[in-house]
Design a protein around this ligand. Structure first.
Ligand SMILES: NC(=O)C1=CN([C@@H]2O[C@H](COP(=O)(O)OP(=O)(O)OC[C@H]3O[C@@H](n4cnc5c(N)ncnc54)[C@H](O)[C@@H]3O)[C@@H](O)[C@H]2O)C=CC1
Ligand SMILES: CC(=O)C(=O)O
Ligand SMILES: [Mg+2]
Length: 372
């Protein structure tokens, strides 16, 4: 199969969809890999690293999109990229369609067969292609949040760990999955007083057992959320219902109950965000203020640490990319029901139920799509 990997064009996105190691494996399986010139530079990989691995270099994105049977990327295709997709082509990348009707309409119109990293599952109920980036974003969240807490950035001027005689920052993490756990670990490591809220009691039990008091856990009732946000210096949004639009857990009216200069880091922004006042921002202009509360809502946080993120994402996507290339998407998805859950669009039809529900679009069952 001819696999193509363009340079990411989302603002300040420095990751790349294929590492030289993944290119080498694909070539050793008999596939052709074409990288857009310079695609790996932001992550520290030169064109020579790719040609040494057996890949070819194309001078433009147009050339990559025109020739590849499968496009492997990181972020959702931007409008100019969507215009280059076609029926019969596979797109393997993050999509986050539930909060994005425009992108969904374009993908359906193109006829492309789109497999979204974030809805591929594993046998433990996890999301193996989201998890590595959730680990990165979770570990970054207290780091960017503590920067936003500084006075010059509009924050309360509170130091995460406090100092002897002065208490630490209070950090509330809503959602104790991959992002939430990593965020809580790092915030606690910085010396903050951390509480995790989750709706899953088994998950709270696991966190309590494993972390033994490094942070506190609370059940995420609306009452507990309303109470804890009034005390927090930083609130990190980390909930997910796979594929679906994020539930709004803090309303605009509730912001006035928070401390002036408190910081919200809404990591769940890529699924629409879990604060009513969240809107996606970029690394170039990451924060804004609503009712005295600083909001950080960057939808591609891992792009900030592109080298680490590219290596972690590449490790996770490679076996799936190889299966798609070796067998073709229909056989690969027929053999692996977890990969089939990644199928979001095929030949003009939506094939993911939570996305269909969020957008009010009829869904073709993915198991019928592979038979068609
Ligand atoms: N902004 C960015 O750059 C990035 C964003 N993300 C996003 O972060 C979000 C979280 O991802 P993961 O941690 O991997 O998901 P996960 O599935 O591991 O964890 C989500 C947690 O939220 C909990 N939850 C669901 N509804 C809840 C509610 N109403 N109240 C409290 N808890 C609730 C679940 O029980 C689960 O423990 C996703 O939207 C993901 O796409 C991930 C990576 C990068
Ligand atoms: C998960 C995601 O959206 C990202 O890594 O950018
Ligand atoms: Mg996005």
């Amino acid at each position: 199969m001819h696999i193509g990997c363009p340079t990411e064009i989302k603002p300040q996105e420095f990751r790349v969809g294929i590492t030289p190691a993944a290119a080498r494996e694909a070539v050793s399986h008999g596939h052709t890999v074409t990288m857009q010139a310079g695609a790996g530079l932001g992550a520290g990989f030169t064109d020579e690293d790719y040609t040494t691995a057996g890949a070819q270099i194309a001078q433009s994105a147009e050339e990559v999109f025109a020739n590849a049977e499968m496009i492997v990327k990181v972020k959702e295709p931007q409008a100019v990229e969507r215009a280059m997709l076609r029926k019969g082509q596979i797109l393997f990348t993050y999509l986050h369609l539930a909060p994005d009707p425009e992108q969904t309409a374009d993908l359906l119109k193109s006829g492309v067969t789109a497999i979204a990293y974030e809805t591929v599952t594993d046998r433990n109920g996890g999301l193996p292609l989201l998890a590595p980036m959730s680990e990165v974003a979770g570990r970054l969240a207290p780091q960017v949040g503590s920067w936003a807490l500084q006075k010059a950035n509009g924050g309360r001027g509170v130091l995460m760990g406090g100092v002897p005689g002065v208490g630490p920052a209070e950090v509330l993490v809503i959602g104790g999955g991959v992002v939430g756990t990593q965020a809580a670990r790092v915030a606690a490591g910085m010396g903050a007083d951390v509480t995790i809220l989750d709706r899953s009691i088994p998950r709270l039990r696991y966190l309590d057992d494993v972390y033994r008091g490094v942070f506190k856990t609370r059940y995420a009732s609306a009452d507990a959320t309303a109470d804890l946000i009034t005390r927090a210096d930083m609130v990190i949004g980390a909930v997910l219902i796979a594929g679906a639009a994020a539930p709004k857990l803090v309303t605009k009216a509730q912001l006035s109950t928070m401390k002036p200069g408190a910081v919200i880091v809404d990591v769940a922004i890529d699924q629409g965000g879990c604060f009513e006042t969240s809107k996606a921002t970029t690394h170039q202009d990451p924060i804004y203020e609503v009712d005295g509360v600083v909001h950080y809502c960057v939808a591609n946080m891992p792009g900030a640490v592109a080298r680490t993120s590219t290596l972690a994402l590449g490790n996770a996507t490679m076996p799936f990319m190889l299966a798609l290339a070796d067998k073709g998407w229909k056989q690969a998805c027929a053999d692996d029901p977890h990969l089939l859950e990644g199928l979001n669009t095929h030949e003009g039809q939506l094939t993911n139920y939570p996305v269909g529900k969020a957008l009010g679009i009829d869904v073709l069952s993915p198991s019928l799509a592979i038979k068609g």
